[in-house]
Ligand binder design. Sequence first.
Ligand code: F6P
Length: 400
Amino acid sequence: MIVHNPFFVGHGDQSPSTSTEHLHSRHQRIGQKGGHPMKMQKRVGILTGGGDCPGINAVIRAVAKKAIDDKGMGVIGIEDGYHGLVNRRYRRIEYDDVSGILTLGGTILGTSKTANPYRYAVKKGDRFQFKDVSKAVMRNIENLDLTCLVCIGGDGTLGIAYRLYKDGVPIVGVPKTIDNDLRGTDITFGFDSAVWIATEGIDRIHTTAESHHRVMIIEVMGHQAGWIALHSGVAGGGDIILVPEIPYDIQIVAEKVMERNKKGKRFSIVVVSEGAKPKGGDVVIQRMVKESSDPIRLGGIGFVLGQQIEKLTGLETRTVVMGHLLRGGSPTPFDRVLATQLGTEAVKMMEDEEFGYMVGVKRSGLVAVPLREVARGPKTIPLNHPLIKSARSVGTCFGD
Ligand code: F6P
């Protein structure tokens, strides 16, 4: 049986601290005021995994503020996603640490797209070997004595969270991804911000495309699902929108450009997801991240399309890749509100001991979605989605 020291916050290979400095937190003072200085304090861990996105800090703030001020709990921040759990890199989060971060992009805890306790990459010379270090992670979590671990992440992070939950960790998930491709929720935080930035980009490209009578291609993120391309493409008045869910025919794309040209529209805007592919063809891979259990990184389809369209139409064509611009910076008001609601609801779910669930958003409001459902794979755009129908009816071409 492990004897828990509720004030120990490990860092790297340091041994558990017995120093009294940990006692002088704002939170402890609150506890003492309540007359129970010796009472074991409940505490929540927060972990952010996968690609960063606008709104993560807003969720961290919501979870921490509610846990500290409303519930009198302690908060532990896990650093760099699951790396922190493997290497015991955690830190105590105080109220002041989360004050003023509502609008801040990125994550104050750091994140990782490669760390997976069930397939952890360890470098041996030039190569990586994958090891299952989940047992060590379970021990580390046990030592932290968490009431709950709040995992803020996309399908990869929440898939791992589901495995940890099955192994006995009390977990609540919060849906994070600019891609909006998580099952069980209508929307993820970060998506609105990404769509806003992409739309701003398309608007700016529009004026230069029109001035130079060019075809302009804007490549946006979305490796499995085309939600960003669909929404920003419609919002920015894209003439052609290409998404992973609808394989395109390059001849049809070129015909659409020529048809516009004949009608006197001497420019065209093409919005393409990085995961779009031609009928019978494949995606464009930009790089392989060897240490990742999901190693493929896409990118570059915009340049391939640009060359093909220029060749087929004879019109000057340029490509802009928006890439990580969509993940950086301040969240939109919508994402700040959503992130705050998701964060506070996660604490409520922890109180209700609804472990193994993610806070989801459905038309009816916030709902608890089993992590099992989330781990089933990406939420792609249904081909009969009303926005596809609506876009088609105003003349948008999907390359099919
Ligand atoms: O999952 C979010 C995402 O933004 C994808 O759309 C994109 O394919 C990927 O991350 C890029 O990841 P990285 O940060 O490794 O370049």
